[in-house]
Design a protein around this ligand. Structure first.
Ligand code: ZN
Length: 161
């Protein structure tokens, strides 16, 4: 179980997800945290406003880490995220050699929610991160945040109401 400090990092991810939704993008947000707890970088989904379906925050953070951190800093860092990485982002995380991932919600939850809301089927299969990067430590989902994340996705699918 993660502590209060880590729950705060996840809450920041949910805030970023809401910011993305308000901007017209999909509700996902992520932060990259150093081993000493310092927040190094954060991003949100930008697939609509950026005009590029690969502009996921987890992918952006992996690239930021590749540019700005040494390998030892990457493996000691943690990525917090509002929703479990998609296979593309999990692969980028694995290639760059980042450390632990903490997810507010899981890919399985998202698939269930999107089905429930009648969203169109994703062109990319939802997989647990560890199916893509088997040795990675992944924590989550967290019940404390599930309702809030679910509501953001409901708004995204149902015309943002
Ligand atoms: Zn992704």
């Amino acid at each position: 179980m993660t502590g209060d400090v880590e729950l705060d990092q996840l809450r920041r991810c949910v805030e970023l997800a809401e910011e993305a939704l308000r901007a017209g993008d999909e509700p996902f947000g992520s932060v990259l945290v150093a081993s000493d707890g310092r927040r190094l970088a954060e991003d949100r989904n930008r697939v609509v406003t950026g005009g590029d379906p690969t502009l996921h925050p987890e992918f952006a953070l992996a690239r930021w880490a590749a540019t700005n951190l040494r390998p030892a800093q990457r493996s000691a860092a943690t990525v917090f995220t509002s929703g479990e990485h998609c296979p593309m982002c999990a692969a980028a995380h694995g290639w760059v050699g980042l450390g632990r991932i903490v997810c507010a919600s899981s890919a399985a939850q998202l698939a269930d929610w999107l089905g429930e809301f009648g969203a169109p089927e994703s062109p990319v299969r939802a997989l647990p991160i560890t199916r893509v990067v088997p040795e990675l430590v992944v924590e989550g989902p967290f019940d404390e945040l599930a309702d809030e994340v679910r509501e953001l996705h409901r708004r995204a699918v149902n015309g943002r109401g």
